[in-house]
Design a protein around this ligand. Sequence first.
Ligand code: CTP
Ligand code: MG
Length: 373
Amino acid sequence: MIAAIIAAAGSGERFGASIPKALIQLGDRTLLEHAISAISSVADQIVVTVPAGFEDQIRTLVGDGITVVTGGATRSGSVRAGLAAINGAEFVLVHDAARPLATRELAARVVAALKCGDVAVIPGLNQIDTMTVVDKEGYATATPDRSQLRRVQTPQGFTLKVLQEAHSGAGDATDDAALVAKAGHKVRIIDGEERALKITTPSDLAIALAYLGGAHSFSTGVGVDAHAFATGRELWLAGLHWPDEVGVEGHSDGDVAAHAICDALFAATGLGDLGSNFGTSRPEYAGASGVTLLKETFAIISKSGYSISHISVQIIGNRPRIGARRVEAISTLSAALGGVEVAILATTTDGMGLTGEGKGIAAIASALVIKSA
Ligand code: CTP
Ligand code: MG
């Protein structure tokens, strides 16, 4: 049998909210509800320690299956109150409501290590910053070897016996492992999780939100295309027909701006490139217009959960002059991509290179995309 105590009785003074920290909302749930969901898959009994006066409210929030008890004046006092409500178990996990994003997998790894025979198991992360010990006057007195330090997290797991023994006095520490180690037991460290960060101040909540919103990861891509002028061909560029201009070579309509944008989108999403998506193995796309390829690309990346934040494309060549038709081109490209923001720029290259010599047109595009969950 595995029991779990969730320490949620703190007031969250450093957070500075008018409600207990465990009741702060993170995404669609409170910190406490997140913490419970990380533990519930491994625990047979869950005891939550809550601030005095919030028992009924939290009982309603967490439901009947969970034991709610009034916490103590310190975290260790709260854990002792939780221990008193455990009905008997082989192992106990102690978890902070303030670490809402610890995963079920982490809880399962703690339990697995206990089952392998350790009496105390805690997650820890490497210490990245140099640490120093400061004296009362504010001077650094020692620099402990960083490689021997770990940032300790929860859930922490113990045999019930060892945790009860460690708490048999009125000892106070910021975590249970410290008391267990002080009682002479070996504490095993396993790999922790960055996402199991402790919410102490509002800025920590912003970091936690970013984890939740894996939903909001951004990526960028660049795409390039160039074609040489070919007499007798119509010019298509940036989704528009340019009736008075010489066209360019190519099996498709040769719209370098549209093609560069497609490749930028494929680069940003890691979904191949123009050739792999519309190349010779897909004869239905032979001769497809730039706008058709943009629409298809948009459909492909949307299906994989991406949306577009911004597109920019720079057309490089002596002609045509883009300026007069920029607005028209922007609205055509934007419409093909579901109405996103598009910027179109144009430049010449001072007489140098393929396009400077007047032999053709090139385009470089960049795309910023967002992965939605
Ligand atoms: N905790 C508790 N009982 C206490 C104090 C803290 O159960 N008397 C819990 C908190 O609810 C939190 C965890 O212990 O989930 C870690 O404590 P901390 O992050 O320090 O939370 P608070 O004590 O609430 O915050 P602060 O120190 O800023 O007041
Ligand atoms: Mg505290």
